[in-house]
Design a protein around this ligand. Sequence first.
Ligand code: DGL
Length: 281
Amino acid sequence: MSIQKNRKYSNKNLSERPIGVFDSGIGGLTVVSQVIRQLPNEQVIYFGDTGRFPYGIRSAEVIKRFSRQNVNFLIEQNVKFIVVACNTASAQALDYIRRIYTIPMVGVIEPGAKAAVRYTKNGRIGVIGTEGTIASSSYTKAMLRINPKLKVFGLACPLFVSLAENGYIDKKASYLVAEDYLEFMKKKNIDTLVLGCTHYPPLKKVIGKVMGKKVHLVDSANETASIVKQTLFKMGLINSRKKTRRHKFYVSDTPARLKKMSKYFVDTTIKKVVRIDINKY
Ligand code: DGL
């Protein structure tokens, strides 16, 4: 099925086609927000796999299958480029799907890792993410490829996902959870902390307060959007036609939730969200 879908990826009017973005749920909207800000001429097609959320606790095999279906759906929407906005899917499935499809793709791990290596002064970097992302050591491997002398410390912070999903972004409970989790990082004397999960940027204020001003927070969403821009530019895929773009949002479960919670993740008001059956892909 994927090969057949892949054939639709032809060069005709390529730069005017939309950018496809997928995530396990709502969190990938943090990446959409940055893509829209940095690339105002581009149209975005977003798929949030809300019906199969969360990805962070699932096996690599399942994440690969889900990612493949998500890519098939986006290719059917005629996208020119795919952003794997989910850290867990980037960590566990990006290499796999890149081998299957010819459509260009970026994930969120490499951009976040590169930025962290750029920022650190003392060579001690922390990475927080889902259990799947941390277990894969993808961030650590990506950073050590750039500089093998770095000291990288990973920590899974699964409760941050629930806090962000429920709009608990600046509440007492958020600080309590953050203090408990981040105690480990504080002891490691890091100067840079990667927010290695789509759900963590809304908690930036809380995490920043707990870690203190001396620790630089790397938001993969922002870094990924810069890499998307650079890559589209290099490939001659930037859309130069100025016109109002209507971004499209799809989910695999009830659309109401994405509409309601989107305010924590994206600046744009999302009016229309369409539910699809991802199992058809
Ligand atoms: N989107 C996921 C990630 O960035 C977070 C939520 C999940 O567990 O699916 O890893």
